[in-house]
Write a protein that binds this ligand. Structure first.
Ligand SMILES: CC(C)(COP(=O)(O)OP(=O)(O)OC[C@H]1O[C@@H](n2cnc3c(N)ncnc32)[C@H](O)[C@@H]1OP(=O)(O)O)[C@@H](O)C(=O)NCCC(=O)NCCS
Length: 319
């Protein structure tokens, strides 16, 4: 007999029998860890951090099973705050970072229950919207659309090969340095820069792309390269990258709104390319939103070319 273990219920009166079943909120991550190893149908948008590193982040974990198998969803608010705090603090968007459905289980009924539970608990917690990056190859999209998620943008990947461009990896083909950018000093980001970098980041990015202080502290400490741009003693921009499997990936690049359009972004990009070249990488990748015209112009002018098929950005507004 089917058994979705009781602890919470979807408020919606769903036309499916499964939605009326109660749901287990498994906050231990054990089911998600197990599914992560074996589930054929997965959405894995854990960023460049492994699942284990998200287990410390406050978030919503839903997992349920019946005789046909397990399914799970992991939701992490952008403002991760401190452990357990986010529901009381409320507000802001959250990312659906991981979804998995056991190979034996039919997808639709399980996802419906789990996504509705995420919707209900996120509303109760005051979250403003759920966001999801999707490259599922099509298995997930119809269920997201059924639950009210809408595709609002795309994330594209761009690549620059240093094999062909080895000779220009250091000097770079990054265009002229503007007189204003010549004032800018670039140096490694230090632990005490976290606050200033978060300020730049929150001015430069819109939700849900901003990083909370806790996420930024983790980013700066885990990155292979983290650099800041200083105008005098003021941080006006920053960039981070990781080196993996001989390639470099630029995770973040941002310039304070008050300093944009003066060549700081170009200087940061040239600098991190040089830093990655020094570490021996043969290719550099990065992501940006299809709608982000300014960053694409910068990247294309520096020799980056679009690589993979895009990821869809889905949004479910809650407020
Ligand atoms: C993208 C970003 C880093 C560029 O930094 P910047 O200091 O403003 O850029 P620069 O002054 O060095 O300009 C470099 C190039 O970017 C492009 N660019 C910058 N601002 C632009 C704008 N408003 N519209 C169109 N292109 C723009 C241009 O190609 C420009 O070269 P050009 O002046 O020779 O035409 C900055 O706009 C930013 O922080 N944006 C918000 C965060 C973000 O989107 N980060 C990247 C996403 S992954």
């Amino acid at each position: 007999m089917a058994r979705w273990v009781a602890r919470g219920r979807s408020e919606r009166t769903a036309p499916v029998a499964e939605a009326s079943r109660a749901l287990d909120l498994d906050r231990s991550l054990s089911v998600i860890r197990a599914l992560d190893r074996r589930a054929g149908r997965q959405l894995d948008r854990l960023d460049h951090w492994p699942l284990a590193q998200w287990s410390g982040a406050p978030g919503l974990r839903f997992a349920g099973n019946d005789d046909a198998g397990w399914a799970g969803v992991l939701v992490v608010p952008v403002d991760t705050g401190g452990p357990g705090e986010w529901l009381s603090r409320g507000g802001g968007p959250a990312w659906v970072r991981w979804i998995g459905v056991d190979d034996r289980a039919p997808v639709g009924p399980r996802l419906r229950v789990l996504l509705r539970a995420a919707d209900r608990v996120a509303r109760e917690g005051g979250l403003t919207g759920l966001w999801l990056l999707c490259d599922s190859g099509g298995w997930l999209d119809p269920y997201l659309l059924d639950e009210g998620y809408r595709a609002v943008d795309e994330v594209i990947t761009l690549e620059r090969s240093l094999r062909r461009a080895r000779s220009e990896a250091f000097a770079g083909n990054f265009g002229p340095i503007t007189p204003e950018a010549k004032r800018i000093c670039l140096r490694p980001a230090l632990f005490q820069d976290v606050g200033a970098v978060v300020t730049v980041d929150s001015r430069a990015f819109q939700d849900p792309w901003r990083y909370a202080p806790a996420t930024m502290a983790r980013e700066l400490s885990a990155a292979s390269v983290a650099r800041v741009a200083l105008d005098g003693d003021r941080v006006v921009g920053y960039t981070t990258a990781v080196v993996r499997d001989g390639g470099g990936h630029i995770n973040r690049i941002a310039v304070d709104t008050v300093a944009q359009g003066r060549g700081v972004g170009r200087a940061l990009l040239a600098d991190i390319n040089g830093q990655l070249a020094l570490r021996g990488v043969t290719r550099i990748t990065l992501n940006t939103q299809r709608s982000n015209v300014a960053s694409q112009r910068l990247y294309r002018s520096a020799g980056f070319r679009v690589l993979d098929p895009p990821l869809k950005v889905y949004h479910l507004p809650l407020a």
